[in-house]
Design a binder for this molecule. Structure first.
Ligand code: ADP
Length: 287
């Protein structure tokens, strides 16, 4: 009799705890949603005035009326550059909060994999060469010419990876490789991309590398391998978290291989999706 009463009481306690936990979880979810919505709105409100500042400081920097002293022109240039950095940061925060709020829409269309290497080469070779780095691009002809994905977002991810590769490399080579999925070589990534990837995009460098304990953390928002305040490389620590979130929206995955002091390889696995727009919270089907 006593034991039955004891059991009943415990079971009531348990269901009370369960209800409390569920309430707490939904409250957490709600406030995280509020945070993301707030950030998304804020970013939008910040961009409008910033754009006016950028346009007007640019005009001043060009000294169109010839009325400014050289140092005044320099001040205008500094304002313009600082404004440009701020705009990049705001765009990153906007992107990340949109993904987190499930509000970033994906537009599935044909992505031309023959054109992609040229676009990247055109954009990044000059930047690499300016730093004295070699830049190499390789496309295995075995990959499909066309895949279905969100071209804009695919480009955004690869550009993030390439600008990091150039930023964190002092000498050697930055390499972009497009190749087919290899079930053996890519075994570790396979469980994140259930249908297998249609293309594999690798960005490797001979740069400073990332210490092993940071290999997962660098994908967290605002996390940087060098956490000191007087760190050598600028940046916001948002690029990789945005890239990873975007790759998830595209039903793909990003992995990192790196040895501190000798270089890093970031690899993007992309499936081909079925045609038709896929909402942020919606499901994409693998073609
Ligand atoms: P950011 O580059 O703005 O700091 P990211 O999210 O793009 O932000 O990268 C986070 C961190 O990961 C960087 O601060 C750096 O410590 C490390 N990292 C990213 N890419 C590389 C790379 N190619 N080589 C070495 N470290 C890298």
């Amino acid at each position: 009799e006593d034991r039955t009463r004891f059991a009943e009481e415990k079971s009531r306690e348990l269901s009370r705890t369960q209800v409390e936990l569920e309430n707490y979880a939904s409250e957490l979810k709600r406030s995280s949603q509020y945070k993301s919505e707030f950030l998304a709105n804020m970013s939008h409100e910040l961009r409008t005035p910033l754009n006016s500042m950028l346009i007007l400081s640019q005009m001043l920097a060009e000294n169109a009326h010839g009325t400014l002293l050289p140092e005044e022109q320099d001040y205008a240039r500094v304002i313009h550059e600082a404004g440009g950095d701020l705009l990049l940061l705001i765009n990153d925060i906007l992107d990340l909060s949109k993904v987190e709020a499930g509000k970033l829409d994906i537009h599935i269309d044909e992505v031309d994999t023959t054109e992609l290497p040229f676009v990247m080469e055109h954009h990044f070779r000059p930047l690499a060469e300016k730093k004295g780095l070699a830049f190499s691009v390789e496309r295995d002809p075995a990959i499909p010419d066309i895949i279905y994905s969100d071209g804009l977002r695919v480009h955004q991810i690869i550009k993030n990876l390439l600008s990091n590769a150039i930023k964190f490399t002092e000498q050697g080579t930055v390499r972009l490789t497009l190749r087919p999925f290899d079930p053996v070589l890519d075994e570790a990534a396979a469980r994140h991309v259930p249908g297998g990837a249609a293309i594999v995009v690798a960005v490797s460098d001979t740069g400073i590398g990332i210490p092993a304990p940071m290999h997962e953390a660098v994908f967290d928002p605002f996390r940087q391998a060098d956490g000191t305040t007087n760190r050598k490389y600028g940046g916001t620590g948002l690029g990789l978290s945005i890239s990873r979130e975007l790759s998830k929206l595209l039903r793909g995955h990003i992995t990192l291989d790196s040895v501190e002091g000798s270089g890093s390889t970031f690899t993007l696995f992309l499936p081909s999706l079925t045609e038709g727009a896929v909402g942020g919270a919606g499901m994409a089907n693998v073609a």
